[in-house]
Design a protein around this ligand. Structure first.
Ligand code: ATP
Ligand code: MG
Length: 433
């Protein structure tokens, strides 16, 4: 036997029936994006390494230790599998001067890659939905982006405030952060003995990120640290309040978490996370915020931007945890074919049904012709179909197909097909009932 190759650790195959959940989620997301006027963008999965180093910041978890970076052995280019979606979208809009005519609202769905320790809700290839509004300054867009996720929770049957909770903060502007930074460094320095190795390393390069620590030993120090929100000026506070007012008016509950900083360097003003306590340590389902400096930082004409990214594996785990079932994808009908029935007639009849929107699964014959009726009916039942369509030689000769209902209620539809198109119409009526 030839040796079997295996998928890379932390990278998952998504097979049926699980893939149906993915298609349901993707379909729900695409319909949501249309309702909010966000258009699809597709960028490469591989980008120059420099894009992420410059875009995310050198002292971040992702750039320090999570990137799949490699040298293209054919030309020596330094490349990275994208660990997140925003940097690539910014590169693309800069490259195509895409904001030339004004702001754009974009979304993407696709795989991301991070070299982390695989565990429940944390993988090396995972998938994100992301939404980015570029070229808009106002808190209206920040609020709209958050309301959009609230709408997604509703569409999926997830309860806001219990299943998922919204945490909100403002990181202010760079000048405000600078003032806070010194106060923060002084505070942390005074408790140097409690800081772990990572915190000591980040003390002068990225002290704000220390507030994000999950180390229990550091919680007290971090809790008592000077709060960035106390350093915000009038304009930043007005922006923050405007976002909160929209959420209040829309009845979307939130908690202001003054320690919420997010992983990437590029954020300013509004930041938020949707968290759940149903997935253990991997509790953040969606995170985002404003990143007004990033477009310019990556060489584009200065323009504000705000967006979010949502982890699809975590969301699907949550959906499963909550017992939410997507709509059935079982076929309408399963075609059972008796020995001696002319295949050409069977297949063209089925295809006429399909052209009328009927979902029909054909049971392919084996090497020695069709399987026994008993085994075919067992398969028909297992498929979840509402009907078995029975193709026999005598019926076919008479231009007929018999129909056997397999589920409760399916008896309402005619038990014989003599006119394919009108049978399909009666099925449509049954589906609606
Ligand atoms: P965490 O703190 O859990 O590592 P993060 O801050 O690194 O999350 P982001 O970079 O904000 O995550 O990415 C947005 C979302 O993508 C996360 O909220 C999460 O749902 C999902 N995500 C991030 N990393 C992974 C991963 N390795 N596997 C699966 N989902 C992930
Ligand atoms: Mg992470």
């Amino acid at each position: 036997m030839a040796e079997q190759l295996k998928a890379i650790k932390g990278m998952n195959d998504i097979l049926p029936p699980e893939s149906a959940r993915w298609e349901w989620l993707e379909g729900t997301v695409r319909a949501l994006m249309r309702r909010y006027g966000y258009q699809n963008v597709r960028t490469p999965i591989v980008e120059p390494t420099a894009l992420f180093v410059r875009g995310l910041g050198e002292v971040t978890d992702i750039v320090e230790k999570e990137m799949y970076s490699f040298e293209d052995s054919l030309n020596g280019d330094k490349l990275t599998l994208r660990p997140e979606g925003t940097a690539g979208v910014v590169r693309a809009i800069n490259e195509h001067t895409f904001l030339y005519e004004g702001g754009k609202r974009l979304y993407y769905i696709g795989p991301m890659f991070r070299h982390e320790r695989p565990q429940k809700g944390r993988y090396r290839q995972f998938h994100q939905v992301g939404a980015e509004a570029m070229g808009f300054h106002g808190p209206d867009v920040d609020a709209e982006l958050i309301l959009m996720i609230a709408a997604l929770w509703r569409d999926l049957g997830i309860q806001i405030g219990t299943d998922v909770k919204l945490q909100l903060n403002s990181l202010g502007q760079p000048a405000e952060r600078l003032a806070h930074r010194q106060a923060l460094i002084d505070h942390l320095q005074a408790h140097h003995d409690v800081l772990d190795e990572e915190a000591r390393r980040r003390l002068h390069s990225n002290p704000l990120r220390i507030l994000d620590t999950k180390n229990p030993a550091m919680q007290a120090v971090v809790e008592a640290a000077p709060k960035l929100i106390d350093f915000l000026g009038e304009e930043s506070l007005a922006h923050f309040n405007a976002v909160k007012q929209v959420l209040d008016a829309a009845g979307v509950p939130y908690e202001v978490n003054t320690r919420l900083v997010r992983g990437m360097d590029y954020y300013n003003l509004t930041v938020f996370e949707w968290v759940t306590d149903k997935l253990g340590a991997q509790g953040t389902v969606c995170g985002g915020g404003r990143y007004d400096g990033l477009i310019e930082q990556l060489g584009g004409k200065p323009a504000p931007a705000v967006g979010w990214g949502l982890g699809m594996e975590r969301l699907l785990l949550l959906v499963q945890e909550l017992g939410i079932e997507p709509p059935s994808t079982a076929p309408d009908a399963f075609a059972v074919v008796m020995a001696g029935t002319p295949l050409a007639q069977v297949l063209t009849t089925i295809d006429r049904l399909r052209a009328k929107g009927v979902n029909v699964v054909l049971n392919p014959a084996g090497k020695d012709g069709p399987a026994s009726p008993k085994s075919q009916f067992k398969k028909a039942d297992g498929s979840g179909a509402h009907f078995a369509l029975v193709f026999g030689p005598d019926e076919m000769a008479a231009g007929q197909v018999s129909v056997k209902p397999l589920r409760d209620g399916a008896q309402q539809v005619s038990n014989s097909i003599s006119d394919v198109e009108s049978w399909a119409d009666s099925l449509t009526a049954y589906r609606r009932s």
